[in-house]
Design a protein around this ligand. Structure first.
Ligand code: CNA
Length: 430
C-alpha cells in the first residue's frame, strides 16, 4: 500500500535517529563521549551511531545505589552491576518511613510558597496510578509481575520484550486487553500534577506510565513526556508502518492479532518494550533537567533505565523530593544528600498533605469534581488480577532497535502556561 511505502521512503531521508532503548539493566559501562558523533537533534543534542542503550551522560551517572546529583559517579571502585544486585537483594529500603515524613514535605512546600520553584520537573511511575486501580509492576502481591502465571511466559519481563513479542505476541495482547485506556480514571495525584501546571510551575512531567491518565486529567501534550510510549498510536513492530490505533484496539480486544498491511508482521500499540527505542521527545530531558529548580519523584521504583538515571541529572543545588512507599534510587543512600527530601508511605496521602501545605487542596478537589462528574465514562470492569507471589529479578536482554521518527510533537518554549480554570477545564474535557 502506498501509505506504507511512502512512510518507508520518508524514513530513509530522515536525519539519523537517536538510539536510546528501554532497559532495566544498570550494568552497562559508560561509553566515552565522542563529540564527533554528536549532533543537534530536534530536542537537543543526541548521539548518532549509538551502540549502547543509553546516552553516555545517562550511563555515566548511573548507579542503582545512588550517585551525586549532576556529578559523575566515582563508582569505578564499585561495579554498577554489583550495585544493582546488592540493591535488588536488599530490596526496598529499610529506612523508617516516619523519620522522613512531614519535614521533607513542609520544607519543599515552603520553597514553593516562597516562589523559589518555578520550573518543577516531575518524574513519575506506576505508583501514581495504583489509586486508580491499575497495578504497578513490582509491588509484592498486587503488582503485575506477581500475577503473570496466566500468560504462560518464561519470566515476567518477557511480556514486554520485543524479541519475545516477535515470536509470540499473544501474552502481551492478553495483558494489553487489561491495560487499554478506558477502564480507569485519573485520581487525586494526577489532578495535583494538573494543578502544578495550572499554577504555571510545571516545567515538564516525565512519566513511565502507559495508561494515558495524565492526558486524561488535562495535562497538555507539551508538558508531558510519555517516556515509555502509550496506546494512543500503533504501528508494525517490525517495519514501523503506522496502523490505526482504534483498529488495533478492536482487533486486540477481540483476541485477533492486528497485522501490518505492508509486511504482515504483528502490529502493536506504541508502548516501548525492553530493547526498543524511547520516543524522541524523551530527549527534551537534556534541556529540561539543567533548567529545573525542583524535582519531584513519585510512585516509581527507579529500576528501568535510562529513565531512572534522569533523577541524577538535575543541578546539585536543586532540591529533590521523593514521594513513594519506600526509598528508591539515590534516596536509598543514608544519610540523604543535602537538598533531598522524602515522604514515605501512601502516595495519595502524601500528595494530599503536600497540597494542603501549599493551600491547593480545595482547588484540586473542585477541579476533580468538575472534571470527573462531567467526563467520567461508565467504568468498565477491570481485568486486573490480584494474586500470586512476587517474582523479583530483572533480566533484560534485548536487541536495540531503532524506531524512526518522534512520537508526537512538543514545543520547547512554552514556559508561561498559567491558564484560567475555564480553559483548563475545557481542554481536559476533550
Ligand atoms: P514499579 O517498578 O512497579 O514501581 C512502582 C513504585 O511505586 C514502587 O516503588 C511502589 O512501592 C510504589 N507505589 C505503588 N503504589 C503506591 C502507593 N499507593 N503509594 C506509594 N507508593 C506506591 O513501576 P515503575 O513505574 O517504577 O516502573 C516502570 C514501568 C512500569 C514502566 O515501564 C511502565 O510502563 C510500567 N507500568 C505502568 C503502568 C501504568 O501505566 N499505570 C502500570 C504498570 C506498569
Amino acid at each position: 500500500m502506498n501509505r506504507s511505502r511512502s512512510s518507508r521512503d520518508k524514513k530513509v531521508s530522515q536525519p539519523p535517529v537517536a538510539r536510546i532503548t528501554r532497559s532495566s539493566r544498570a550494568n552497562k559501562r559508560p561509553i566515552p563521549a565522542d563529540p564527533l558523533e554528536s549532533e543537534q537533534g530536534p530536542y537537543g543534542k543526541v548521539r548518532r551511531k549509538q551502540t549502547d542503550s543509553a546516552l553516555p551522560q545517562d550511563l555515566s551517572l548511573m548507579s542503582v545505589g545512588g550517585t551525586s546529583k549532576g556529578k559523575t559517579s566515582k563508582a569505578g571502585s564499585v561495579p554498577v552491576q554489583l550495585c544493582q544486585s546488592i540493591s535488588d537483594q536488599i530490596g526496598p529500603s529499610s529506612v523508617p518511613a516516619k523519620s522522613f515524613s512531614r519535614d521533607g514535605l513542609a520544607s519543599v512546600a515552603r520553597l514553593v510558597r516562597l516562589g523559589r520553584c518555578k520550573n518543577v520537573l516531575v518524574v513519575a511511575g506506576a505508583g501514581i496510578s495504583t489509586p486508580s486501580g491499575i497495578p504497578d509492576f513490582r509491588t509484592p502481591g498486587t503488582g503485575l509481575y506477581a500475577n503473570l502465571e496466566k500468560y504462560n511466559i518464561p519470566y515476567p519481563e518477557a511480556i514486554f520484550n520485543i524479541d519475545y513479542f516477535s515470536n509470540d505476541p499473544q501474552p502481551f495482547f492478553s495483558l494489553a486487553k487489561a491495560l487499554y485506556p478506558g477502564c480507569h480514571r485519573p485520581n487525586y495525584i494526577h489532578y495535583f500534577l494538573r494543578m502544578l501546571h495550572h499554577k504555571g510551575l510545571l516545567l515538564r512531567l516525565y512519566t513511565q506510565n502507559i495508561d494515558g491518565l495524565e492526558k486524561l486529567c488535562g495535562i497538555p501534550d507539551e508538558k508531558l513526556v510519555e517516556a515509555h510510549g502509550s496506546f494512543a498510536t500503533a504501528s508494525c513492530h517490525l517495519c514501523y508502518t503506522p496502523y490505526p490505533a482504534e483498529e488495533a484496539k478492536v482487533a486486540i480486544m477481540n483476541d485477533n492479532i492486528p497485522t501490518c498491511s505492508f509486511c504482515a508482521a504483528a502490529v502493536k500499540p506504541d508502548v516501548v518494550f525492553f530493547g526498543e527505542d524511547l520516543p524522541q521527545k524523551y530527549f527534551l530531558h537534556t534541556k529540561d533537567f539543567p533548567k529545573a529548580d525542583l524535582l519531584i519523584v513519585m510512585g516509581t521504583s527507579l529500576k528501568i533505565e535510562p529513565f531512572a538515571s534522569l533523577v541524577n541529572t538535575v543541578r546539585s543545588s536543586v532540591p529533590r523530593l521523593l514521594l513513594n512507599r519506600h526509598a528508591v534510587g539515590p534516596f536509598e543512600k543514608v544519610p540523604l544528600q543535602r537538598g533531598d527530601h522524602m515522604d514515605l508511605g501512601d502516595l495519595a496521602e502524601s500528595v494530599r498533605r503536600f497540597a494542603e501545605l501549599l493551600g491547593w487542596n480545595g482547588e484540586i478537589e473542585e477541579l476533580m469534581r468538575t472534571q470527573e462528574t462531567s467526563s467520567a465514562p461508565e467504568m468498565l470492569t477491570s481485568n486486573w488480577t490480584n494474586n500470586g507471589p512476587s517474582s523479583g529479578t530483572e533480566d533484560m536482554s534485548g536487541t536495540s532497535r531503532s524506531r524512526p521518527g518522534a512520537q508526537g510533537s512538543c514545543s520547547e518554549d512554552n514556559d508561561s502556561e498559567t491558564e484560567s480554570r475555564s480553559s483548563a477545564s475545557s481542554k481536559a474535557s476533550k
